[in-house]
Ligand binder design. Structure first.
Ligand code: NDP
Length: 246
């Protein structure tokens, strides 16, 4: 297996959950991590726990300007971008009749446009390097729907379509840029806190309390993806709790 040591990895949504766990695991394995999210205090604390191989910038992924500034921070500090993990996401699920139109728009902005902003920032630099790895965090919600999940599933299905198109385009271009999709099942993070639909919040929390697994399991999957030799990409991972049915 190739070695993650010294690789420069940008992670969005790094202030909690899967992003935080991945930042810690990659840094513990010798990567240099560049972290973005909106909560300054959480990023500062994480940077302090990781040490000198970590920098961060307060970043709203819905702003192309913010995301490009995060990319610049990576280049100015470490000189290259080996991998970019589009992880920031929100999941305010609700049934359509509730008309939570602001939340629909927020999911589209963060989960889709945030990923596109990451690609727009990472791709030109990776093309220059003739190497790079883009990892997009999707969801099992991209593989099937549930009541209340219309917009969330649609945003994650979009992430899959964008990822697969990027993979094929880069294969045709011969750019050596790799693309992986990671689709988690129920993971014990702060994600369910974004649900405001009172009919759904309780059932979701009960389900997560029953069997959600640690975000460290997803971090291990990402480490595995990054550690593959240059001539191979694992294009998609579905990682669920063993006890999760749908
Ligand atoms: P968390 O809520 O713990 O983490 C979400 C992260 O996204 C936080 O760091 C949050 O930071 C960040 N974020 C939200 N909005 C923005 C924004 N506008 N700009 C920048 N960062 C933002 O949940 P998870 O770790 O579970 O979520 C990570 C990814 O995993 C998401 O894409 C989610 O859809 C996906 N996923 C999670 C599953 C689960 O069961 N937990 C299942 C399937 C997929 P901040 O608020 O500081 O900006």
């Amino acid at each position: 297996m190739a070695n993650i040591e010294g690789k420069v990895v940008v992670i969005t949504g790094a202030s909690s959950g899967i992003g935080e766990a991945t930042a810690k695991l990659l840094a513990a394995n010798g990567a240099k991590v560049v972290l973005g999210a909106r909560r300054d205090d959480r990023l500062k604390e994480l940077k302090e726990s990781i040490g000198q191989n970590c920098v961060y910038a307060v970043t709203d992924v819905t702003s192309l300007e913010d995301v490009q500034a995060l990319g610049k921070l990576a280049l100015n500090t470490f000189g290259r971008i080996d991998a970019w993990m589009n992880n920031a996401g929100v999941m305010p699920q609700s049934t359509l009749d509730k008309l939570h139109t602001d939340e629909w728009n927020q999911m589209i902005d963060v989960n889709i446009k945030g990923v596109l902003n990451g690609i727009a920032t990472a791709l030109p630099q990776m093309r220059k390097q003739c190497a790079g790895h883009i990892i997009n965090i999707s969801s099992i919600a991209a593989h099937g729907i549930n009541v209340g999940g219309a917009v969330y599933s649609a945003t994650k299905a979009a992430v899959n379509m964008i990822s697969e198109t990027l993979r094929q385009e880069e294969a045709v271009a011969g750019s050596n840029i790799r693309v992986s999709i990671v689709s988690p099942g129920a993971i014990a993070t702060e994600l369910t806190q974004t649900i405001t639909d009172t009919d759904l919040k309780g059932p979701f929390e009960e389900l997560y309390d029953a069997f959600a697994i640690s975000p460290a399991r997803i971090a291990e999957t990402i480490l595995f993806a990054l550690n593959q030799p240059e001539d191979v990409t694992v294009n998609e991972f579905i990682v669920r709790p063993s006890r999760q049915q749908p």
